[in-house]
Design a protein around this ligand. Structure first.
Ligand code: ADP
Ligand code: ADP
Length: 221
């Protein structure tokens, strides 16, 4: 079962100094439950590719299908649901909301989807799963270590039970020991069936993947 299909996707940034071809006719498919690493030098188009996969950006040319559906045929409602429910995002800089507690950060996407607070204990269970205790969960992100913030971010990414996890350098801001811990969490989620797509320049992470996609100058090599 194919969950992601890119067909001849290009992304061009028009700049006064000339067009930047960030993605140059990329075609690829990713199967359900696969763990794919995207590697390549800085500026090769990895973030741009991940932004396309997450539907955070629109391609200049080409087609993107998620879950068998063409993204450009989706309604605004379907697109919102795709970003909020189907896909979970994990970033290098965690991107937590600094004024909310760890608990509230995890609960927030749930409240966007279900239009109410979590009364099911789902948020607490996820925080426990990533090793954030109730006391820590009351703290705000600036009061947490990088590793703790990334665990909160993983719990947040999971709160609406996504099928696909998109991770942009998820261990880039962590020391190597904490990075290994975060990777083992992500691998466990993959083993439980989540499709895992990770942008990384860490060969140690890439070699754990089922498949490595190497990008150079906006092309798959
Ligand atoms: P990577 O993630 O591999 O470092 P990026 O996807 O960030 O690469 O960038 C690919 C190319 O596209 C680079 O040349 C970058 O400068 C350019 N680029 C990325 N985003 C933009 C943007 N919003 N506007 C203009 N150029 C961009
Ligand atoms: P990474 O650490 O993944 O290489 P970058 O620092 O290249 O990230 O880019 C961070 C963000 O800035 C990306 O979302 C990318 O699209 C955007 N970006 C990258 N290059 C440019 C650029 N030349 N102009 C505008 N935005 C850019």
């Amino acid at each position: 079962e194919i969950v992601v299909r890119l067909t001849d996707v290009s992304k061009i940034y028009p700049l006064p100094s000339g067009d930047v071809i960030a993605l140059d006719h990329i075609s690829l498919t990713i199967k359900k439950g696969e763990f794919v690493a995207i590697i390549g030098p800085s500026g090769s188009g990895k973030s741009t590719l991940l932004n396309q996969l997450g539907c955070l950006d629109v391609p200049t040319q080409g087609d993107l299908e998620i879950g068998g559906k063409l993204v450009r045929d989706m309604t605004d409602y379907e697109l919102t649901d795709l970003r909020l429910v189907t896909i979970g995002f994990i970033f290098q800089k965690f991107n937590l909301l600094p004024l909310l507690s760890a608990y509230e950060n995890v609960e927030y996407p749930y409240t966007l989807k279900y239009r109410k607070k979590d009364t099911t204990g789902r948020v607490s269970k996820l925080l426990a799963m990533v090793g954030i205790n109730e006391d820590r969960a009351r703290h705000k992100p600036p009061e947490l270590s990088g590793g703790q913030q990334q665990r909160v971010a993983i719990a947040r990414a999971l709160v609406n039970n996504p099928k696909i996890l998109l991770c942009d350098e998820p261990t880039g801001n962590l020391d190597s020991k904490t990075g290994i811990l975060v990777m083992s969490m992500l691998r466990k989620l993959n083993e439980k069936g989540k499709t895992l797509i990770i942008v990384t320049h860490d060969p140690g992470i890439a070699e754990q993947a089922d498949r490595i996609i190497t990008i150079r100058d906006g092309r798959v090599v």
